[in-house]
Design a protein around this ligand. Structure first.
Ligand SMILES: Nc1ncnc2c1ncn2[C@@H]1O[C@H](COP(=O)(O)OP(=O)(O)OP(=O)(O)O)[C@@H](O)[C@H]1O
Ligand SMILES: [Mg+2]
Length: 337
């Protein structure tokens, strides 16, 4: 935020350049190997000690007097459910990453990994929801402060349609504003604006109840309900998982358009590798349980329509690479390693 152009420039530079630059400026920083694939650059970082990062957006510049605010920061985070009890279970272990603020843009982080590796646990730790919050070890910070519970700076959209059944589309979308005491006239005006923003029809849809909507329409309502509060961080847990392929592609395009407008940082969990590669600026690949960030891939931003970009060979190359990586993680899990 304080450096209007700097972060964008950093982000545009290739990962290889940024890795060697950070190693030069800090001789103690471990060299992290990188590998170019398709539309992305893989950063091999599974051997990184907690808190040591080498990508451009993650390494503080020791020479800079201006602090860039971290939007989300995990430092050595471990979550053990039912800690101290016979059924204790460690879902994620020693997870560290930093997502910096990208001024006038916000970063889009796709999160992939085998089922049960702790993706939802990570999102809910950011959201400050119990029982994921608080972490068993380590710290979770949002905008530089320890997370102490849910807050309006973070919005969530889940796979299961989470609208209130007894509220209309308009009342669902304006629910958060109502909780904040915004006057009916003002919130309904804003609500109708957001109905349009997510591609619904004000006249036809505003008075409908959730049971009268398709799955795609309900997710549009959920997105509008979250974005109307203008959160700095948007947490999306498989939001399009239940949609048919065509609706899913159009929702991806919708999301890209909205994300550019709201300029928030998005964490997007998905089982669709295509979706993560298309939407993400960066993809985190989690290892199998207990999860940790095994790989990080910087990918091309979604600067063309989903259906078009996802047909490209280099896009597919990245998808195949990640598919193999996740399959290897699954195999390790099956082998109990
Ligand atoms: N409240 C809880 N109490 C105990 N264990 C839990 C709890 N929530 C999650 N777990 C366990 O923690 C592990 C990680 O769960 P999590 O829901 O984060 O995985 P995930 O990566 O989101 O999986 P999926 O892709 O299937 O959604 C799983 O083994 C799960 O059983
Ligand atoms: Mg999950």
């Amino acid at each position: 935020m304080n450096e209007p152009n700097k972060k964008t420039d950093d982000h545009a530079s290739s990962t290889n350049e940024s890795v060697s630059a950070s190693a030069d400026s800090n001789p103690q920083a471990p060299i992290v190997s990188t590998e170019d694939i398709g539309v992305g650059t893989v950063i091999h970082r599974s051997d990184q000690p907690a808190g040591q990062h080498a990508s451009s957006s993650q390494t503080p510049n020791p020479g800079s007097s201006i602090e860039t605010v971290s939007v989300v920061e995990f430092d050595g985070v471990t979550k053990t459910y039912n800690a101290g009890q016979p059924n204790a279970f460690t879902a994620i272990k020693d997870v560290s990453f930093v997502v910096k603020d990208v001024p006038d843009a916000g970063e889009f982080i796709g999160i992939l990994g085998p089922s049960g590796c702790g993706k939802s646990t990570i999102l809910k730790l950011i959201a400050g929801l119990k029982p994921q919050h608080p972490p068993t070890e380590g710290s979770v910070k949002v905008l530089g402060r320890d997370v102490t519970g849910p807050g309006a700076d973070r919005g969530m959209v889940f796979q299961d349609y989470t609208s209130f059944d007894h509220r209309t589309v308009l009342d669902n979308i304006t629910f958060g504003l109502e909780c904040h005491g915004v006057r009916r006239k003002v919130r309904e005006e804003l609500g109708r604006h957001w109905i349009e923003q997510v591609g619904l029809n004000v006249t036809e849809d505003q008075h409908k109840y959730p049971h009268e909507l398709s799955g795609g329409m309900r997710q549009r309502v959920a997105i509008a309900r979250s974005l109307i509060l203008r959160p700095r961080v948007i947490l999306m847990d498989e939001p399009f998982g239940a949609l048919d392929p065509q609706t899913r592609l159009s929702m991806q395009d919708l999301l890209v358009g909205l994300w550019r407008k709201v300029q928030a940082t998005v964490f997007f969990v998905t089982h669709s590798i295509e979706e993560a590669v298309y939407l993400g600026d960066r993809v985190y690949v989690l290892s199998s349980s207990p999860g940790t960030v095994a790989r990080e891939v910087e990918v091309e931003p979604p600067n063309r329509p989903a259906a078009e970009m996802q047909r490209e060979q280099k896009f597919q190359d990245t998808v195949y690479y990640l598919r193999d990586l996740i399959a290897a993680e699954e195999a390790l899990k099956q082998a109990g390693m």
